[in-house]
Design a protein around this ligand. Structure first.
Ligand code: HEC
Length: 291
């Protein structure tokens, strides 16, 4: 077992398994357990110390045992140790990563006859991952050449157009879910019953003091008639609500208080008041507005 993995893999691996098990077993809400419960850190620290201690003890025991053996016995021991079953796939991954040494090679036999400021080069086998990556680039190049130079699937310019189109669709999708992105240039009249009733609520809690519950007007102008001081239509109404009225008139810039989506909702609600007959209509002010 001991030979399977070197200690610098064994300790982190065991530690990680214990760490993962703790996280899995302890329900700590959104935060990782070792942050939510600081004692876990202490526990993990002790676990790490114990793991290191075990390694040191095992190495020490082995060392003492080696001292008690004579040369022959030592050789036998090492031969036996090398023969211990090794994890095949770990070994094959290892060989894949670093490659096999040349048969019987020593540094003297494979050193190449050149020297760069004292830096010398050994003629080792290339590691397999490098070679396979290189073959893969060749295959890639051939496929690429066929697709784009012979078949001419699409040009770079077309690829660009396709990506821009896809991005625009994605932006449109995003804007649908992110209603808060509306501003005066993108705002549209909302007709959804949910939006209008939300708009009505916003109106009732913020605007009735000056415009009356039925929009007939008081301190503020009548919102039900066809005349607008600051312009009718959803864009102007949105802009008035967002930026406020003329200085000193009393209509504040609601963008400080309301979210963009809420201003769009209340603006749409205000538009629906148009043409209704309030109880005490204030006389029309401003210009007649026609869409
Ligand atoms: C403190 C009183 C007051 C409150 C509260 C108030 N308004 Fe006003 N509102 C006014 C006044 C005064 C004007 C006229 C501004 C001007 O003449 O420049 C006005 C103008 C407007 C206009 C433009 C009317 C036009 O003829 O162009 C709209 C639309 C409007 N308010 C909507 C709202 C909405 C929606 C709310 C609630 C979120 C609200 N107001 C809250 C006082 C108020």
């Amino acid at each position: 077992m001991k030979n399977l993995l070197p200690w610098w893999i064994r300790i982190p691996a065991l530690f990680f398994i214990i760490f993962a098990a703790t996280e899995w077993a302890i329900d700590s809400g959104d935060q990782p357990a070792f942050i939510a419960i600081p004692t876990i850190q202490l526990f993990l620290g002790i676990v790490l110390l114990i793991l290191i201690a075990i390694e040191i003890i095992v190495a020490a025991v082995e060392n003492i045992m080696l001292h008690s053996l004579d040369e022959k016995a030592k050789e036998r021991y090492f031969a036996e140790k090398d023969k211990l079953p090794e994890c095949k796939w770990v070994k094959s991954i290892w060989i894949f990563l670093i490659g096999k040494k040349k048969e019987g090679a020593t540094e003297e036999t494979i050193i190449i006859d050149h020297d760069f400021d004292g830096i010398k080069e050994l003629d080792n086998n290339l590691p397999p991952w490098w070679i396979y990556l290189f073959y893969a680039t060749i295959v890639f190049a051939i496929i690429y050449h066929i697709r784009f130079d012979f078949i001419k699937e699409y040009t770079q310019a077309e690829e660009y157009e396709m990506e821009v189109a896809a991005a625009q669709i994605a932006i449109a999708e995003y804007k649908k879910t992110a209603k808060d992105l509306v501003d005066v240039s993108t705002v549209e009249l909302l007709t959804d019953a949910a939006d209008l009733s939300a708009g009505k609520q916003i109106f009732e809690s913020n605007c009735v003091a000056c415009h009356m519950a039925d929009g007939g007007g008081g301190i503020g102008p009548n919102l039900t008639d066809q005349h607008w001081i600051l312009g009718g239509g959803i864009k102007n109404v949105f802009s008035t609500i967002s930026e406020g009225g003329r200085d000193g008139k009393g209509m504040v810039a609601w963008k400080q208080i309301l979210k963009p989506v809420e201003m769009a909702q209340v603006a749409s609600y205000v538009i629906t008041l148009g043409g209704t007959t309030p109880a005490n209509p204030k006389e029309a002010e401003g210009e007649l507005w026609e869409e």
